[in-house]
Ligand binder design. Structure first.
Ligand code: PRP
Ligand code: MN
Ligand code: MG
Length: 180
């Protein structure tokens, strides 16, 4: 099965995404110069974004991974955020930058920021490739935003439906008949 056939429309091409990554990388490199921030990649969706973004930053950084899930196999957030894998590194006194593919309801980052506050991170910021503000119901705002997205179910460049489509190099709208 060719994944491209399930895509209704390409929303952001690989070139558009690369340009957004370059801009974000420049901004973050400037803001965190000399700070050796800890990039916390939220698996699995943010994996592609992290690997591209970090190569736009010519400064010393640390990376670590946290696997969190709230969507399960559905197109809607369950509201319950489950930690499937925790970090290896300590966040105590670290400047943490959460790396997300998309901020939607805000539940995932809301829960993680609460948790990292109790773990005594020195600072916390969020970089999200995509901002999807329509369903936001937590007061979570990304500090760095790559691209803004309408109210569509998007896949590709790390984002999935039922764990598929993450390997598409662009971001596209899934044909509704695929999930209806
Ligand atoms: C998706 C996405 C973000 C989160 C955003 O992850 O990658 O992490 O949901 O939604 P929210 O703002 O409503 O919390 P998902 O739970 O699908 O896990 P995955 O990254 O492994 O696909
Ligand atoms: Mn995710
Ligand atoms: Mg998902």
């Amino acid at each position: 099965m060719n994944l491209n056939e399930d895509i209704q429309e390409v929303l952001f091409t690989a070139e558009t995404i690369a340009a957004a990554n370059r801009r974000l990388g420049r901004q973050i490199a400037q803001d965190y110069a000399g700070k050796e921030p800890l990039f916390v990649c939220i698996l699995k969706g943010a994996i592609v974004f992290l690997t591209d973004l970090m190569r736009e930053i010519p400064e010393a950084i640390d990376i670590d991974f946290m696997d969190v899930s709230s969507y399960g196999g559905s197109t809607k957030s369950s509201g319950e955020v489950r930690i499937l894998k925790d970090l290896d590194l300590s966040v105590k006194d670290r400047d943490v930058l959460f790396v997300e593919d998309v901020v939607d309801t805000g539940n995932t980052l809301y829960e993680l920021m609460k948790l990292f506050a109790t773990r005594q991170a020195r600072s916390m910021k969020i970089v999200s490739l995509i901002d999807k503000p329509v369903h936001r119901h937590q007061a979570v705002k990304a500090d760095y935003i790559g691209l803004s997205c309408p109210d569509e179910f998007i896949v590709g460049y790390g984002m999935d439906y039922q764990d598929k489509y993450r390997n598409l190099p662009y971001i596209g709208i899934l044909k509704p008949e695929v999930y209806m």
